[in-house]
Design a protein around this ligand. Structure first.
Ligand code: FES
Length: 330
């Protein structure tokens, strides 16, 4: 099972059907106490028991970040997945105890933006719901586009509409794009017509995120924010074949050879080095490590997708080295 530093036990307080194939789970501390604070856009790791063994899955928190007494996650049932969402839908009931990681945020909201444009595909609405709550509380201008295949899949629709009363700073647009003759959201037009300095956020399936990346290609990295919940095809993040290289751990004063067919993370774990990690797919950000020297070859959608990828940090579960050696702050 994956390792992350901070684990919590929570009790399932309530389970709610939010839309077709979408359930929310209200998670609280078993003793009713306060949970660690989180910010809009945060996710938690959830340990899920399945017939084939335990899985670790990441779910965004969708309740109000001001709440300390609970976390709410929304889970879309995905029969084509490896079984995590199906197990939660079919087996998790009120009263059950779950192990989750402390909240982490790779999808932070810029609360000072003059306008926030939020684009959600399907269950990608969950981090956006927390963002909309926060922006509504702050009175900042925002527009949320929720793309769904049919109206019965529009989870949290009533809560969203309540956050955007007429005349207020928020607006919610539900785009039904799965019915015959339906028109998809024109992301390029949306970016083109947004007000000066707007920030753009997207969470949804891979094709939507790739289209969003093309639409925002001319926008600076600082104003484009993306949350991946599954990994894109390898070609999107790894053009070059993987080669071997070495990694020096500065603080531990140790060196490891990384063969072409193994990740830095795996080699370090096999070598007895304790590295926080979770998804192993470059999605959750848990394994982010500072780079002290050498050129990282980013293979994850979080950092590789940037126009100006950082050279001083990397996700060691999937990313590699563009030269012969990396020196890491480990
Ligand atoms: S373990 Fe999730 S990004 Fe590396």
């Amino acid at each position: 099972m994956a390792a992350t530093s901070h684990w919590l036990s929570v009790r399932v307080h309530a389970v709610r059907a939010e839309a077709l194939d979408v359930q929310s789970f209200d998670l609280r501390a078993p003793d009713g106490g306060a949970l660690p604070a989180f910010t809009a856009g945060s996710h938690v790791d959830v340990e899920v028991s399945t017939a084939t063994g335990p899985l670790l899955r990441q779910y965004s928190l969708c309740n109000d970040p001001a709440e300390r007494h609970r976390y709410v996650i929304g889970v879309g049932r995905d029969a084509a997945s490896r079984g995590g969402s199906v197990a939660l839908h079919d087996q998790l009931r009120a009263g059950a105890i779950l192990r989750i990681g402390a909240p982490r945020n790779n999808f932070a909201l810029d609360e000072a933006a003059p306008h926030s444009v939020l684009v959600a595909g399907g269950i990608g609405i969950t981090p956006m719901l927390a963002m909309a709550r926060r922006l509504a509380l702050l009175g900042r201008p925002w527009t949320l586009y929720h793309c769904v295949r049919s109206p019965c899949r529009a989870a949290f629709a009533e809560e969203l509409q309540a956050l955007a009363p007429p005349g207020g700073p928020g607006r919610v647009v539900t785009v039904v794009d799965g019915l015959p003759g339906a028109v998809r959201l024109d992301l390029a037009a949306l970016v083109r017509e947004a007000s000066h300095g707007a920030h753009f956020y997207c969470c949804g399936p891979v094709p939507m995120l790739e289209a969003f990346g093309r639409a925002t290609a001319g926008v600076g990295d600082a104003r484009v924010h993306v949350e991946w919940f599954s990994a894109p095809a390898p070609a999107a993040t790894a053009d070059a074949p993987a080669g071997s290289f070495s990694v020096q751990l500065k603080r531990k004063n140790r060196r490891f050879d990384i063969p072409a067919d193994q990740s830095i993370l795996q080699v370090l774990l096999d070598g007895g080095i304790d590295v926080d990690h979770s998804c192993r797919e470059g999605l959750c950000g848990t394994c982010e490590t500072r780079v002290l020297a050498g050129m990282p070859d980013h293979r994850d959608p979080i950092l590789a997708g940037r126009k100006d990828p950082p050279q001083d940090r990397m996700l060691v579960c999937v990313s590699r080295c563009a030269g012969p050696e990396l020196v890491l702050d480990l």
